[in-house]
Design a protein around this ligand. Sequence first.
Ligand code: NAD
Length: 330
Amino acid sequence: MKLLMYSVRDAEKPFATAWAEKNGHELKTIDQPLTADTVDLAAGFDGVSIQQTEGLGDTAVYAKLASLGIKQLAARMVGVDMIDLAACKQNGITVTNVPVYSPRAIAEMGVSQAMYLLRRVGEFNARMKDGDFRWSDDLISNEIYNLTVGIIGLGNIGGATAQIYKALGARVLAYDPFYNVEYEPFVEYADFETVVKSADILSLHTPLLPSTENMIAAPQFAMMKDSAYLINMARGKLVNTADLISALEEHQIAGAGVDTLSDETSFFGKKVSPDQVSADYKKLAAMPNVLVTPHVAFLTQTSIRNMVEISLNDAVAIVEGRRSQNEVRS
Ligand code: NAD
């Protein structure tokens, strides 16, 4: 089978090549995204894989793909909002995505940020750079096995996070409206308020929904321990950023580690000048007890390999007339 991969990053190439050799398929990788300008490049191929945030173009692109005999689009990512699903349906194109590629990657980033903050690594580092090599009573830490970790959203990533903290000896409480027996060995389920109030580390792992937007705001910061750390590896809008800044300024919590911000889309993932970053980001980044990373918790070799392999396996399945559990319903 001949497959074409659009928008291929250098980091993906070794995984793509290894997959093609292992599975005996012919695979071409190109840098450009799939658009009206590049759709003709799919001529002669059986299947297509894409990874892009920009739209594919108007319905003509989908009609063109169909006229070239392309029956599927395998997105190497979770989000498929750049794909016109109705146009795909009209043209007999099945869309697949990669909804789960490595929960452990995001879990490990959250735990790394929590440990960095808990042990005051950044603050010691900053003081040393300033010639201050003293022990400081104000930087005495707690040890993880004495602490309670609160997980909000015990799905794939929350579950992986709970497992790591449990292995480190922490007590792990979790709130999720749906009970999952798989995570029972790692957590004690509790109600939302109990988790928020009890946590020394409060780690958020829910999707962004109307019911979860601003789930951590002034009332929740008021309930949290003043020694607690908030970790948000999920979606920026789960937390009210203005209230987070106030809570940090007023020492209602000890610190925060965030991989997502509510206003991140204009500057995360880009190289920008200082005037293009948001005032909220600047305030948070200037705080010694805050860590901000640019939505990179997923960025591991395992994630990239899985995004490549899962999408290509799905492309083959659909082209061969089989089904995939990753088919996106329109
Ligand atoms: P998942 O669907 O496996 O789990 C989400 C869990 O949240 C489910 O168990 C669900 O029942 C629960 N939930 C829903 N509403 C809730 C509520 N009101 N209170 C408590 N729990 C609730 O999702 P996942 O793959 O674990 O992803 C979790 C989050 O991580 C998502 O927001 C996702 O977008 C984000 N994410 C971030 C990165 C990154 O790089 N930072 C990468 C991938 C995913």
